[in-house]
Design a protein around this ligand. Sequence first.
Ligand SMILES: NC(=O)C1=CN([C@@H]2O[C@H](COP(=O)(O)OP(=O)(O)OC[C@H]3O[C@@H](n4cnc5c(N)ncnc54)[C@H](OP(=O)(O)O)[C@@H]3O)[C@@H](O)[C@H]2O)C=CC1
Ligand SMILES: CC(=O)N[C@@H](CCC(=O)OP(=O)(O)O)C(=O)O
Length: 349
Amino acid sequence: MNNPIRAAIIGSTGYGGVELIRFLINHPYVDITSVISSSSAGESISDSYPHLNQLVELDLDQVDIDLIQKKSDVVFTATPSGISSALIPDLLEAELKVIDLSGDYRLKSGELYVKWYQHKSPLPTHLEQAVYGLSEVFAEDIRTAELLSNPGCYPTAASLGLIPALSMKKIDPKSIIIDAKSGASGAGRKLGLSVHYSELNENLKPYKVNQHQHIPEIEQTLSRFVGEQTTITFTTHLVPMTRGIMCTMYANLVEPCDEQQLIDQYRKYFKGRPFVRIRDKGRWPSTKEVAGSNYCDIGFSIDERTGRLTIISVIDNVVKGAAGQAIQNLNLMMGWDETTGLEMIPVYP
Ligand SMILES: NC(=O)C1=CN([C@@H]2O[C@H](COP(=O)(O)OP(=O)(O)OC[C@H]3O[C@@H](n4cnc5c(N)ncnc54)[C@H](OP(=O)(O)O)[C@@H]3O)[C@@H](O)[C@H]2O)C=CC1
Ligand SMILES: CC(=O)N[C@@H](CCC(=O)OP(=O)(O)O)C(=O)O
C-alpha cells in the first residue's frame, strides 16, 4: 500500500463532520490532515467534542483553500446547503477530490434545487459533473467521480428499499407512499426549536409534509429505474430519539407475489453489497439494530387482502445516511474494498 491519502473535513464541528472523524481515525488508508471550522479556528476539536479528548488531537484550521490544497488530497464538505456550493468550485479548481454531504449537488436540475432548497443554484457544469453516491446502486459511476454528491439520509433509506421492487416491476410506481421518521441528530448540531428537549421529548411530530427537500431527490432516483418521471407521497416525522431513520413504504403490487421469492430477489439484487441486509420473512428491522453502523436493513410484508407491499427500511442517519456512506464512496473512488474502515457492529442496546 502507498502512503495514506490525506483528508480534510470542512464542517468538522457538526454531527456529520464528527462522525467522519470517528470512522476515518481508524481507516487504514486515510490520514485526517485538516479539520476545518469557520467559527472556531485555532481551538482544538476536543474543545467542541470532549469525547475526543486525548484520542484525536487536532486543532481546527480556518477555511483557506490554499491551505486545504497543501494539506489534503480529498475534502469532505459536511456543511449546510448553500455553503458547500460556495466552496466546492475552488476546491475542484485546486484539483482536489470532493465528497459533499449536503444537498447542493444531488439534484441535476438547478431550477428544482432553487425551488426546494431556496438557495442560489450551484454551477450547471458541476451539477452535471457530480456523481450521485448511492453506493450499492451507482458503484460503477462512483469509482471515477471527482465530485461526489452524497445522498440525503431519507433518500438513502427510501431508495435502497424501493429500487429493487421498481427495477423488477413488482410495484406500481404511481402508488408509492413513504412514511418516514427520523431522530433529532438529522437536524444537525445547530440549535432549533424543533429539537428543544421540551418540544421533542414525549412527542411525535410531522414536519415539512409534502414540502420536504428530499422529495425531488427520491423522485429523481426512482425515475431512473421506472423510465419516466415518478412522483411520491412523502411524510417526515421527528421522533424523540438521537439517531435513526425508518422509512415505512407502501405500494400496490402489479400482480400477486410470494414474499419469500421477493426476499430472495432482493438478496440477489444486493449480492456482494454487505451493508444492505435483507431480513427473513416476518422479521422487521428497527432503528436500534443499525445504530452506529453503516448498515441498511430492509424487511417486507405482503398484504394479500389489499394487494399492497409494505417495505420497511432503517439506517443510522449520521452513518449510512451521511458520514458512513461518504466513506464507503471514498473507498469506491479509491478502488479499496467498500467496507474499509466501516466494519462496525451496530451499538446495541
Ligand atoms: N445530520 C444528518 O443526519 C445528516 C446531514 N446531512 C447534511 O450534511 C451536512 C452537515 O450536516 P450536520 O453535520 O448534521 O450539520 P451541523 O449543523 O451539525 O454542522 C454543520 C457544520 O457546518 C459548518 N459551517 C456552517 N457554516 C459554515 C461556513 N460558512 N463555512 C464553513 N463551514 C460552515 C459549521 O461548523 P463551524 O461553525 O465550526 O464552521 C457546522 O458545524 C448538511 O448539509 C446536512 O444537510 C446529510 C445527511 C444526514
Ligand atoms: C430531522 C431532520 O430535521 N432532518 C433533516 C435532514 C437534513 C438533511 O439531510 O438535509 P439535506 O438535504 O440538506 O442533506 C430534514 O428533514 O431536513
